[in-house]
Design a protein around this ligand. Structure first.
Ligand code: FMN
Length: 171
């Protein structure tokens, strides 16, 4: 049986889901599902793409729970975050988190990663503001505004190009 690409998506407000759809469209035969829908038997699937959002500096719990089940897979990781994805810290976060997820299973290899901005849920932003004493610094406000329009068309195209290019040809 030919293996199919599997895309597992964690998305609270739809940003990562939008990237997932773009990647799915770029990968012929790919199947996309939520962590709760992932079947017990993962033999029919390879590569496996993990799509997630930055949750307080980590991958969300549901992705951390799935990762140990991956065995002998070629893995791609993509994520969205409220912060600046081009910053050195963010890039290092993406690499470290992806490597951690890949190492949670056995015999997996990390093929590609992709990180972009994702609109911050206004309720979450307000809660953070309250925790920070109720005032929004100009830097935080600038970051929030920059995230408002993401993922945008360029983000989606880039993700499709990276994963479609890497995995698309071989299936
Ligand atoms: C509980 C929570 C924690 C978050 N923590 C971070 C964080 O540590 N760093 C960051 O850059 N963005 C953080 N964000 C912003 C999200 O990662 C970002 O908006 C993402 O695009 C949401 O993706 P989704 O729409 O697929 O759920 C957080 C959002 C929430 C709701």
């Amino acid at each position: 049986m030919t293996e199919k690409p599997l895309i597992i998506i964690s998305s609270r407000t739809g940003n990562t889901l939008a990237v997932g759809h773009a990647v799915c469209d770029a990968l012929p035969g790919a199947v996309m599902m939520r962590p709760s829908e992932v079947p017990d038997d993962l033999t029919p699937y390879n590569p496996v793409l993990l799509g997630f959002w930055c949750d307080r500096g980590d991958a969300p719990e549901e992705i951390l729970r799935i990762a140990p089940r991956l065995r002998n897979k070629t893995i791609g990781c993509f994520a969205t975050m409220g912060g600046d994805p081009e910053g050195e810290k963010s890039k290092a976060w993406m690499q470290k988190t992806s490597e951690k997820l890949v190492a949670m299973g056995e015999g997996n290899t990390l093929a590609e990663t992709f990180l972009c901005r994702g609109r911050i849920d206004p309720e979450v932003f307000q809660r953070m503001t309250d925790m920070l004493g109720g005032t929004v610094s100009p830097e935080r406000e600038a970051g929030r505004r920059l995230s408002e329009t993401h993922p945008d068309r360029l983000d989606l195209d880039r993700a499709a190009q990276i994963f479609g290019g890497f995995f698309g040809g071989s299936w």
